[in-house]
Design a protein around this ligand. Structure first.
Ligand code: NDP
Length: 251
């Protein structure tokens, strides 16, 4: 049983939907105070309501993670509301599919800003609070796509996700002076609202191609994030863990 994260203050970017919502709910069930960061008010408010209805503590802050002023305001608001920042789950991301032949420079920049630059911006905004408390935890949601595999239409996405793993190596060295760790979770195919549109046949053939014969759940990813955020992971930093049901293992 992992040390309790009860009472800890946690920011989850992209916490209004999908994997981030799963992380927010699992952390809240464990007693953490969760700040949901996203752009769409309706989704963020619905997640906050769900967590509160289950007896948890949550609040929301609307921001674009690719804008430093907005992310900085998120960190300030969280610290003011919850009395500090213990854990940052930098999870928000986008994955528009477009082959390079059609991809514009703006398409590339948008994905890199939302997925990769945001990781740096969110960490930077939290540093003053980690420094103040003398401790902190950062968990980045990367992917197997990019660092391990490729997928047509996702050259920008793959580059951003591989970039996150490059980022955490040096970030781990720099954050160590604040007694703060940074690690990444690399999900495989995870069942989120967005995937439901692909249809049952497609989803079941996807599941069958995975050694554990199912798509991942958002809780599978949340549990890995929970481990990195726990006291038991205090001596792990600059590392990544694949959570994919064995998808990337060779035949
Ligand atoms: P969803 O589309 O379900 O959720 C994305 C979340 O990010 C939403 O809360 C969205 O809210 C938020 N978001 C997107 N852009 C921004 C922005 N500019 N500023 C603030 N918030 C933003 O995605 P998933 O849950 O599927 O993915 C979450 C993370 O997991 C991503 O980093 C993705 O790359 C990674 N991942 C997902 C996999 C999967 O199978 N689902 C596999 C591997 C990795 P809003 O739009 O309102 O801002």
């Amino acid at each position: 049983m992992l040390t309790s994260i009860s009472g800890k203050s946690v920011i989850v970017t992209g916490g209004s939907k999908g994997i981030g919502k799963g992380i927010a709910k699992v952390f809240a069930i464990k007693g953490a105070k969760v700040m949901i960061a996203a752009r769409t008010e309706k989704d963020a408010a619905a997640t906050v309501d769900e967590i509160k209805a289950a007896g948890g503590t949550a609040d929301m802050f609307l921001c674009d993670v690719s804008d430093f002023d907005q992310v900085s305001a998120l960190a300030d608001y969280t610290a003011k509301t919850f009395g500090g920042i213990d854990i940052l789950c930098a999870n928000a991301g986008i994955f528009p599919q477009v082959k390079m032949v059609d991809m514009t420079a703006d398409d590339w920049d948008q994905v890199m800003s939302t997925n990769l630059k945001s990781s740096f911006l969110c960490v930077k905004a939290c540093i003053p609070y980690f420094e103040k408390s003398g401790k902190g935890r950062v968990v980045i949601t990367s992917s197997i796509t990019g660092p391990v595999t490729g997928y047509p239409g996702w050259s920008h996405y793959g580059a951003s996700k591989a970039g996150q793993l490059g980022f955490i190596k040096t970030a781990a060295m720099e954050l160590s002076r604040y007694n703060t760790t940074i690690n990444a979770v690399m999900p495989g195919n995870i069942m989120t609202e967005g995937l439901a549109d692909l249809g049952e046949d497609y989803l079941s053939s996807m599941a069958n191609s995975i050694p554990l014969k199912r798509l991942g759940s958002v809780e599978d990813i949340a549990n890995a994030a929970l481990f990195f955020a726990s006291d038991e992971a205090a001596y792990i930093t600059g590392q990544q863990i694949v959570v994919d049901g064995g998808q990337i293992l060779p035949e």
